[in-house]
Design a protein around this ligand. Sequence first.
Ligand code: ACO
Length: 702
Amino acid sequence: MDPIINAVLEPKSIAIVGASADPEKIGYKVVANLIAGGYEGAIYPINPKSEEILGHKCYASVKDVPYVIDAAIITVPAKFVHGVTQECGEKGVKGISIITSGFSEVGEHELEEQVVKTAREFGMRIIGPNIIGVLSNSGKMNASFASQLPLNGTAGLISQSGALLIAMIAATYTRRVGFDKMLSIGNQSDLDFADLVTYLAEDDVTSCITLYIEGIKDGARFMEAARNCDKPIIALKAGTSEHGAAAAASHTGSLAGSSKVYEAAFKQVGVTQADDLNDLFDRTLALSLQPRMQGDNLLILTNGGGVGVLATDAAEKYGLPLKFAPPEVQAELKKHMPDFGSAKNPVDITGGAGLKGYYEGVKYSYAHPWVDGMAILYCETAVTNPLEIAEAIYKALQDSGTTGKPVTVSFVGGERCDTATAWLIEKGIPTYNAPDIAVKALATLRQDQLMSETTHSAPYKPTDINPEKAREIIAGARAKGRDALTEVEAKHVFAAYGLPVTPTELAKTEEEAIKLANEIGFPIVMKIVSPDILHKSDAGAVKVNIKNDDDVREAWKVIMENSLKYKADAEIDGMAVQEMAPWSTEVIVGSVNDATFGPTVMFGLGGIFVEVLKDVTFRVAPIDEDEALRMQNEIKSAQILHGARGESPRDMAKLASILAHYSYMIYDLKDEIAESDANPCLVYEEGKGVAVVDARIILTKK
Ligand code: ACO
């Protein structure tokens, strides 16, 4: 653990610079909160006007404090923060939390940079500015102006919004989701999400990391921190605007919005994405209290058919479809229910089930090796007392002698169910007021297990590539003042990175076109090559199925005429003469350079699937072939690749290799390629490969 970061977040002594005797001021509240929270370290209020604040001796400057200061909390107006930072540095303070607002969030970038520069000169770390502070139950430290510590628990929160963090603290009590640490991250001038995720990953108390994110500063650092974290991470990402997408020059650019790239990055590094605040709390409760689910066998035990059906629907929706329990499990469970109960799955012990029914049913099922996870449902009835049922469930789980297996509970009913819910959560059992949420929570634990198994592979790097050749082609185009490659150039770059492009060469004259066509072999395709005509089909500048020399001559004439009709002064380099690949399943592979995460690869089925349905998926580059296969299986129309309506399955393995090579190309050439498309790629049946028939590369601005 980084000792300096540790000193900022778990200080043994704290100076509050800007502490005030005025109870209305933030500088007063921080001192009062530290005291009220039971902070056991030293508290040094700093204010030149006061002798003492809330019983603690006050100093005019941190430099006057004759003791070691681990962290300073700064609550003076923005214009004084730099001077205070300098004094903290001179005093040897290890790090500062800057509560003050009025920095980069309102455009005062220079002021913020000045503070960071000075802090760095002294080796200090900064959390903030523009934060509410840092809270820790285990450290008995409320170093913030939020009036209370959160409900005690083991989740750890990092929030980019201060106001939301204060609201969430209050909500922890009504939602009964316990947190140990809550960190307000503000402008991330120095310590950012990556640093704090790493800190919580190494923290002994934190069992699960919960994030509220508006924007990550450095995507690659965040991904590395999340990838290296063995604990579950769940994030709520706010801001789903797709701004800028419309102006993008390539097809992929218009489909890739920043929220899609966040979604991709989260998937790749094993971060569960929450839908909204309620969902964030629901899933945090399960992730912080229960182990991951090791297999897919979910058993639902219920006293009500209705909630059983709702839970069954949810199981399918969240990716854990129910299977019937094995015959021996059914036979044993039958002994603990009336004849009209059902021992299949969901196991319906019926509305008449009492303490004994729940106790025996839960104890046996939870211990059975077939069961990987269990959702226990209860509907309030006239003949049962919810709290007693909760106690029976808990005792059964304890008596089963089983550990390491997740369980969630749902109690549907009134106030008595609320009491039982609170009691079970207190005992470490995530309990909800709806059956679908109990199942969703379990599915999250399963999903988290699956992600933890797949997110730790080393970065992908193919060997059969020729980067020098690709850079040479790009340099050639740049030398001619172009910011987009021609199709022929783009295909040569693709080929240098091991992509199977259809042979394509540039003909500058009609005679050259005839010669190339004969070399490549008929039938061929001809297309205009012009930096001024990117959408060739729209211009009528593509001819297919050209079968002989005469066809070549005719195509040359028509394409030239159409191109000049489309743009009279178009600069024309010649015509691409290319092999006509036999038509097959069309897919699109493309890329954008995301501002946060860098080069990002896109995959989807071509034609109507991409144009109308926008059935595409993204990953931050580079990806390996396993991740590429996951992309292929993730699109809604994946069944077409697996072979739908009598078609034979497509060559998924070759396609995965191509996606992996493509992702490496855009990663390796990120300084050169802004956007690119291989559209369409034709995927043939298993073992017969893929052909990239069109290629586009738009260069970065230099
Ligand atoms: N050293 C020590 N004390 C100093 C210094 C100094 N160099 N300079 C000023 N002080 C004292 C002041 O004299 C004052 O003490 P006093 O009450 O005895 O006079 C105290 O520091 C505070 O200074 P004020 O000028 O009174 O400033 P005020 O308390 O009104 O505001 C604050 C300061 C809170 C930092 C304000 O500038 C600010 O940024 N507020 C927003 C904070 C915030 O909301 N952050 C979280 C954002 S996230 C969210 O959404 C909630």
